[in-house]
Design a protein around this ligand. Structure first.
Ligand SMILES: Cc1cc2nc3c(=O)[nH]c(=O)nc-3n(C[C@H](O)[C@H](O)[C@H](O)COP(=O)(O)OP(=O)(O)OC[C@H]3O[C@@H](n4cnc5c(N)ncnc54)[C@H](O)[C@@H]3O)c2cc1C
Length: 562
């Protein structure tokens, strides 16, 4: 925690400082400069620059061709790229996630064929889970994988919404596909995972025949316009590798264990979505702040009309919009970096008890890390548009694009509603509240540190401790409801209340670090903490009241009346 808090202010003082911390500021700024310059031409040189600088494999282990960068460091680097253009980094994100999965669960042959070229940025990856009739509930997928005599499989079926599903940006596309082997049990226990390349890859790494995978169409979505979104079809006979129809693939991991493997990777992908949402919110905040400092408009209330116009930052309501953005984006960044640190701790700490503690906390915080930035950094983008006035609504400025791009983060890697169900059903009640207790003890420790610092700290500490206590009481009450449907009917409110408490905690941690330090950077930390505690944390009370009442409105509602 301390290390993260040490690092956090550096990001928050402009992301360049992060790279200074890492000793690669010049290199980082140069690479991002090349990336941004390349984007003006097309995504190909941008992605090439990204790969040539070694970022495609930076987070992979060294033994599979990566650089073994810790998640916390790599996540910080990715903020820069997402802020430059998230529609381009989408390809890199998917490729790194797929390569990471294969490096951990693939056979040595699969690793040799696919992971190396992915780490070099020559092959790109996809995650092909969703189908037209099975999105939130993957238990209903029907794509079929027929075993072949040579140990491979032939896949047949339709997928939907697959990002990066076809393009000419890379030499090959490596699809990770969820499918059912005939005879497997129904539901999630009968789903297996396969690696299916667009072009078959020989033992020597050479590209062979076009596999039997084509597109039924492209989805024209509102944001991330640079990341093509596709509806692929596997095995419709458009191509006949080896003389017959069917997309050739090989099993990853064990038969019928595809979903747990995919979910293990999804946790990191969820943090990655939160990070992208954060970068978009953060860059919108910085752009609206620069605009507000520059733009002259009106005078303070009561000032004489003959006095000069003042910058937008002089108006209290514009300050509200800027401080709100700051409190959301810097709070969310602290959360993402904290979770990234937990990813590192869960795999690297020597003490087993500490490792499992990090794992439990990470599991609990992951739905929040995915959904809180997707919700509140989007609100930050909304405010950024408003700060620019009419100009914010035009394509002359980036902020409208950041809003459209960020709006997509509520759907990727599990919708907002699904994250609420995951948090309350699986992560909190699933382990009898153990992980929540762990979180509460960390929050209480921070509150004690704040209370020891000053009267202001005591005030924040009391407010936060009382919110945590209330959350514990409401959770215990929900557990007594017995039926899962009744417990989780308002789980979105639970997700949002818990998210706000977590962010308030991370603001308090920053406030403690800032205490006693002078200058506008630290004053900004204090102002944003004050904003979050006075304007945001109080929103938790009504949400917890609603949950405590176990209101049955949503559970018993007749859909006919909607
Ligand atoms: C731009 C974009 C990129 C994507 N990229 C990929 C990708 O690369 N790979 C991939 O496999 N998929 C991808 N997806 C698919 C995405 O994961 C799904 O859209 C998402 O899981 C929701 O599924 P659905 O669209 O079928 O909506 P549905 O499942 O029909 O859900 C519709 C709404 O109902 C809610 N809902 C559904 N079931 C429940 C429930 N049990 N309880 C509470 N609420 C519920 C959802 O929260 C949602 O708000 C992408 C989607 C988009 C839009």
């Amino acid at each position: 925690m301390d290390a993260i808090i040490d690092v956090t202010p550096l990001y928050l003082n402009g992301m360049l400082k992060t790279l200074q911390l890492l000793g690669i500021a010049g290199v980082g700024a140069f690479i991002v400069g090349v990336f941004v310059a390349a984007l003006r031409i097309s995504p190909v040189p941008a992605l090439r620059a990204f790969a040539d600088a070694g970022f495609s494999g930076a987070a992979l282990k060294e033994e599979v061709g990566g650089a073994g960068l810790p998640s916390s460091v790599f996540g910080a680097c990715m903020c820069w790229f997402h802020a430059a253009n998230v529609g381009t980094t989408g390809y890199a994100l998917l490729t790194m996630a797929a390569a990471n999965l294969l490096s951990q669960h693939g056979t040595p042959e699969q690793v040799a064929r696919f992971v190396g070229p992915m780490a070099e940025g020559r092959f790109f990856g996809t995650m092909a889970l969703s189908e037209p009739h099975a999105g939130s509930n993957l238990a209903d997928i029907t794509t079929r994988a027929e075993p072949q005599r040579d140990g491979t499989y032939r896949l047949f079926g339709r997928k939907m919404w697959i990002s990066g599903g076809d393009h000419e940006l890379s030499e090959n596309i490596v699809h990770l596909v969820l499918a059912r082997i005939p005879g497997s049990p129904a539901g999630t226990r009968g789903i297996s995972l396969f690696v299916v390349p667009k072009f078959l890859v020989g033992e020597d790494g050479s590209l062979g025949e076009h596999n039997d995978v084509v597109l039924a169409g492209i989805n024209h979505k509102m944001g991330w316009r640079g990341t093509v979104n596709t509806a692929p079809v596997f095995g419709d006979g458009s191509y006949t590798p080896g003389g017959e129809a069917g997309a050739v693939g090989s099993l990853v991991g064990q038969k019928n264990r595809g979903l747990p493997v995919m979910f293990a990777m999804m946790n990191e992908a969820r943090i990655g979505v939160g990070l992208a949402a954060n970068a978009l919110g953060y860059t919108g905040y910085l752009k609206s702040l620069a605009y507000a400092r520059d733009r002259l408009q009106g005078r303070p209330v009561g000032a004489d009309a003959s006095t000069p116009q003042v910058p937008l930052t002089e108006h209290p309501d514009v300050r509200r919009m800027l401080l709100a953005q700051k409190s959301y984006v810097e709070g969310a960044l602290a959360l993402i970096l904290y979770c990234s640190r937990l990813v590192d701790d869960a795999s690297s700490l020597e003490d087993e008890a500490q490792r499992s503690e990090a794992q439990a906390l990470l599991g609990l915080l992951t739905p929040i890390a995915k959904s809180w930035p997707s919700q509140w950094c989007l609100t930050a983008n909304d405010l950024a548009i408003q700060v620019l006035g009419g100009a914010g609504y035009t394509r002359d400025h980036d902020v409208e694009q950041h809003y459209r791009d960020n709006r997509l983060n509520a759907i990727h890697e599990g919708t907002h509603g699904i994250q609420g169900l995951d948090l309350l059903g699986r992560k909190v009640l699933g382990d009898g509240g153990a992980a929540l207790g762990l979180l509460a003890s960390r929050i209480q420790a921070a509150a004690r540190r704040a209370a020891a610092a000053s009267a202001e700290g005591t005030h924040y500490a009391q407010q936060l401790e009382s919110a945590v206590q209330r959350l514990g009481e409401v959770t215990a009450k929900l557990a007594t409801l017995g039926k899962p449907a009744a417990i989780t009917a308002d789980s979105t409110a639970y997700l949002e209340a818990t998210g706000h408490i977590v962010i308030a905690w991370l603001w308090l941690e920053q406030w403690v670090v800032a205490a006693g330090n002078e200058g506008s950077f630290y004053d900004g930390k204090r102002a944003a903490t004050a904003y979050f505690f006075s304007r945001e944390l109080p929103k938790v009370g009504p949400m917890l009241d609603l949950l405590e009442q176990a209101d049955s409105l949503l559970l018993t509602l007749d859909p006919a009346c909607l």
